[in-house]
Design a binder for this molecule. Structure first.
Ligand SMILES: CC(C)(COP(=O)(O)OP(=O)(O)OC[C@H]1O[C@@H](n2cnc3c(N)ncnc32)[C@H](O)[C@@H]1OP(=O)(O)O)[C@@H](O)C(=O)NCCC(=O)NCCSC(=O)CCC(=O)O
Length: 526
């Protein structure tokens, strides 16, 4: 009997030539590095250059996070990935009442250029690419990065990295939105234009399915809703007057890797094929780079267990393998203790070592797209593609990603899928090793890393010092310019940069935008 995949599609006990009858490799696969990019975005893939090992990290103060980044680099990481605390992600200063209890908890606290300077101290920005998981305030953090680059003598055209900047999935699954959809999309178009003119190698957005997957989305839902968000961003930028080939090469994506290797590989390959077709046929993109779906992967946090946490090391290795077999450009492997707390130095190192074993001890990097032509993987690639296209059509029928979000469509679909997973786990139909089978009577003790609660006081003191030491009139004047741009149609990033240079804080800049644009209140469908 066929088993069901995570997307609810059948997985047959045996696949053979009949399953690929009429299947045309020329149309479905092409060559690696060529349309429709099913086999990967580069002709040589990992035989030319391994994926970027990019471990998401950050906690406490800028100085503490800086020390962790230097340690990661010393251990062989090949790109940085900054986690910000919730107040920063929501555009509040560390001393704002609403920030209380959250400063430095899930990431680093960045209030101003002073903190950004500390975060990047001693890190050569012309040689390291940096991803920043920041969404509503993405423009601010990008500009702070550029300003620190200028101080290091690195011109903006040499900076490489990514801002997540994907606010649509914040409304669907992650929650750190500030402004309503319309000004949020306008801000994203401003960022595309600014980067095109000023920071051309920067990846301007990381259109993310990861968080939807963490909320329970199936693989088909994950790519469908993510690509639908991508389509909305492309439309926004085109409507804002940009030529598609002027910004599409710098769009990037972000997906999860689950333990179900076969379907995950199929998912990544299907996503590349769908995106290439959409960009070529719907948007008329001509530059091959505009058609390439380049993506970062993180192993599935939701599949980690607090019980017998060391078993997570095994899960992460399997998930990382899925990402690599699927042709990821960049990878974060979770630490085994992440279901319990922030990773310790040792668990962070082990997570990176897992990638190094995949890259240098296995043979999966010796040849491009090793699953190509496999009866099962090609069949599943077609199946996931068809299921995703069907969902994308439903989003279109609702008027596109934003209208569908406003009606709660994506959230509703994801909730249903999450409910199914929870039920299957409860009944034991879905085996979770160490949780509903192969359990221990008594778990071994585990000592997690804890963030020092005094960090909040230290950040508040730093802010008081900053406010006392800066030219208040210059800050007010710069924020006034920003207010004016936000009220009209001028690109907000130019006055925003001047405000940040004058040491305006993240909270002050975001409050200025909140005054003009208001904040988003979800229409709760549930
Ligand atoms: C495009 C990606 C996906 C990857 O960029 P990278 O710089 O790492 O890699 P890359 O672009 O593939 O490679 C770097 C350069 O080498 C080239 N290159 C690579 N491989 C090649 C090959 N085989 N042949 C020829 N050239 C090759 C590329 O074209 C590129 O140059 P050119 O540029 O000149 O072409 C980017 O967006 C990225 O790094 N994303 C990371 C996102 C992230 O870390 N997010 C964390 C989220 S954490 C989170 O959100 C979860 C928790 C939470 O909710 O907070």
């Amino acid at each position: 009997m066929a088993r069901e995949s995570e997307s609810g599609l059948p997985i047959e006990p045996v696949y053979g030539p009949d399953d690929l009858e009429g299947w045309d490799p020329g149309e479905k696969l092409g060559e690696p590095g060529s349309y429709p990019f099913t086999r990967g975005v580069h002709p040589s893939m990992y035989t030319g250059r391994p994926w970027t090992m990019r471990q998401y990290a950050g906690f406490g103060t800028a100085a503490e996070s800086n020390a962790r980044y230097k340690q990661l680099i010393a251990n062989g990481t090949t790109g940085l990935s900054v986690a910000f605390d919730l107040p920063t992600q929501m555009g509040h200063d560390s001393d704002a009442p609403i920030a209380h209890g959250e400063v430095g908890k899930v990431g680093v606290a960045i209030d101003s250029i002073d903190d950004m300077r500390g975060l990047l101290d001693g890190i050569p920005l012309d040689r390291v690419s940096t991803s920043m998981t920041i969404n509503a305030p993405a423009a601010l953090l990008l500009l702070l990065y550029q300003l620190v680059g200028e101080e290091q003598g690195v011109s903006a055209d040499r900076l490489t990295g990514t801002v997540q900047n994907d606010v649509l999935k914040e409304y669907i699954a992650r929650g750190t939105y500030i402004f309503p959809p319309k000004p949020s999309l306008r801000l994203i178009a401003d960022i595309f234009k600014y980067c095109r003119a000023e920071i051309p190698k920067w990846n301007t957005i990381s259109i993310s399915g990861y968080h939807m997957a963490e909320a329970g989305a199936s693989p088909a839902q994950e790519i469908a809703f993510t690509l639908a968000d991508g389509i909305e961003y492309v439309r926004t930028a085109v409507e804002a007057g940009m030529d598609v080939d002027d910004f599409a090469p710098r769009l990037s994506f972000f997906f999860v890797a689950r333990t179900t290797i076969l379907e995950e590989v199929a998912k990544f390959r299907a996503a590349r094929r769908i995106w290439a077709r959409v960009m070529r046929d719907e948007f008329g993109a001509r530059n091959p780079r505009s058609l390439m779906l380049r993506f970062h992967t993180q192993t599935a946090g939701v599949q980690l267990t607090a019980q017998q946490p060391e078993v997570n090391l095994v899960r992460v290795a399997v998930q990382g393998l899925a990402a690599v077999l699927g042709g990821t450009q960049s990878l974060h492997t979770n630490s085994f203790d992440e279901a319990i707390a922030l990773p310790t130095d040792k668990s962070a190192r082990l997570a990176l070592r897992t990638q190094q074993v995949l890259a240098y001890e296995t043979d999966v990097t010796a040849t491009v797209d090793p699953f190509a032509g496999s009866y099962v993987v090609e069949s599943m690639t077609d199946d996931v593609e068809a299921a995703a296209l069907e969902l994308m059509r439903k989003v279109e029928d609702l008027g596109g990603a934003v209208s569908a979000i406003e009606r709660g469509f994506q959230k509703g679909e994801i909730e249903r899928s999450a409910y199914r997973i929870a039920q299957e786990t409860d009944t034991g139909e879905r085996v979770v090793v160490g949780v509903n089978r192969f359990t221990l009577d008594e778990e071994e003790p585990y000592e997690p890393l804890r963030v020092d609660p005094a960090i909040e006081v230290r950040q508040a003191e730093r802010l008081a010092g900053l406010r006392a030491g800066r030219d208040r009139a210059a800050v007010d004047a710069a924020l006034g310019e920003l207010r004016e741009a936000a009220s009209g149609s001028d690109n907000v990033l130019y006055p925003m940069k001047e405000a940040l240079r004058a040491r305006a804080t993240v909270g002050e800049v975001c409050d200025t935008l909140r005054e003009v644009w208001g904040t988003y209140v979800p229409s709760d469908v549930f």
